[in-house]
Design a protein. Structure first.
Length: 370
């Protein structure tokens, strides 16, 4: 999971969602998708859930099978702000293979029930002004079935990050198993391993379907305190109609030799009559507060009061405006000297009113007002 694409102190996963499903680029040259027979265009539902105490909103994708192992339908945060899948090995691999210091592996790799765990170790560290989190694990490969009994699809054998523990470095506490499972669908490659990219970018699609996905407008009524299935939110593969006649405003993405294509979009941001120039990350993985970065902000961080007006205009002419309330569109203005991040990050609330499209084949993001 690539933490370089998000303001991590707003994205540490809360434990509320752990039992969620228990009952119920120009690709970097090092990324080599393993082809399989072409699949047709697919659409899946996602789960929506909110934390009643904070109104934090998340969307999850079910992972019902990893390699040959049928899982407990773990819910992975569906995240447009990071790249690559990361999942806890606990409950998936035999307990005897997992120690506090890592996986028991002899040689370069080991195969367990269709999952290849390599000896390539990594530590993902993220966090900001609120603390730091570290995940410890290894590069792994497997076929992954996403979705559940409502509908599912299986990827080719893909690389991902398999972790064995996640720790709060501020308190020293080890977090609960599966508390940091993420399904990162941003473009580019992961800082964890340049072999890891979005799981959705590996599908071999029919000749008239373009590699990418479309995320439909989320249903605000389904953000309840229990996970609520919402059908037909995720469209895997882009049709000619998606790309040519559905009123998406397309934004070409900039390329970086290290991380590949970036999801950050050049924009002007106006709040309470003041306009600043910057880049925006539209991020389903930020569950609560939009962060506007203003280098001239008088304070390090200040929340905009209810009834404040915020608007954006991207370099390609996409426009969006909202008004803050006490429960929706919460917004803070931060000085980048404090946050250590120059990007304005729009939270999941953006996706309550807009559609989002990512074209992996042509390296562009589409935005559409609804």
């Amino acid at each position: 999971m690539d933490k370089c694409y998000f303001k991590a102190h707003h994205k540490v996963l809360t434990l509320l969602f752990l039992s969620l499903f228990a009952a119920s680029c120009k690709k970097d040259p090092q990324v080599n998708p393993i082809s399989t027979s072409p699949v047709n265009f697919a659409k899946l539902g996602l789960y929506e859930e909110a934390a009643s105490s904070t109104q934090s909103r998340r969307i999850f994708i079910a992972c019902s099978k990893l390699g040959d192992i049928t899982t407990q339908n773990y819910g992975l945060v569906f995240d447009t702000g990071s790249t690559g899948m990361t999942i806890d090995a606990n409950g998936i691999l035999p307990a005897s293979m997992i120690t506090s210091d890592g996986f028991q592996i002899t040689g370069d790799s080991i195969v367990v029930s269709g999952i290849t765990i390599t000896s390539q170790k990594a530590v993902i560290s993220y966090g900001g002004v609120d603390g730091a989190i570290s995940e410890y694990g290894n590069l792994a490969y497997a076929n992954v079935t996403i979705g559940d009994g409502h509908g599912n699809v299986t990827t080719p054998r893909i690389p991902f990050f398999l972790y064995y523990k996640v720790t709060n470095l501020t308190t020293g506490a080890q977090l609960a198993a599966h508390s940091a499972d993420v399904f990162g669908v941003a473009p580019g490659v992961s800082a964890t391993s340049r072999k890891i990219a979005s799981p959705l970018s590996y599908f071999a699609l029919a000749s008239n379907i373009t590699s990418g996905f479309r995320l439909a407008q989320l249903n605000s009524a389904n953000f309840l305190t229990s996970a609520t299935y919402t059908a037909d939110l995720l469209y895997i593969g882009l049709t000619p109609a998606d790309l040519n006649s559905s009123n998406f405003v397309m934004h070409p993405l900039a390329y970086n030799a290290i991380s590949g294509y970036s999801p950050n979009i050049a924009s002007s941001i106006t709040y309470n009559g003041k306009t600043v120039q910057g880049t925006i990350l539209f991020d389903t993985g930020t569950p609560l507060t939009t962060i506007v970065e203003d280098p001239s902000a008088a304070s390090n961080s200040a929340a905009l009061p209810a009834n404040s007006s915020v608007s954006i205009t991207t370099g390609q002419g996409f426009n969006y405006q909202y008004t803050t309330t006490s429960t929706f569109n919460l917004t803070e203005v931060q000085n980048p000297s404090y946050s250590k991040d120059n990007r304005t990050i729009f939270s999941i609330d953006f996706f309550l009113n807009n559609e989002y499209l990512l074209d992996y084949a042509n390296n562009r993001i589409g935005l559409k007002n609804n």
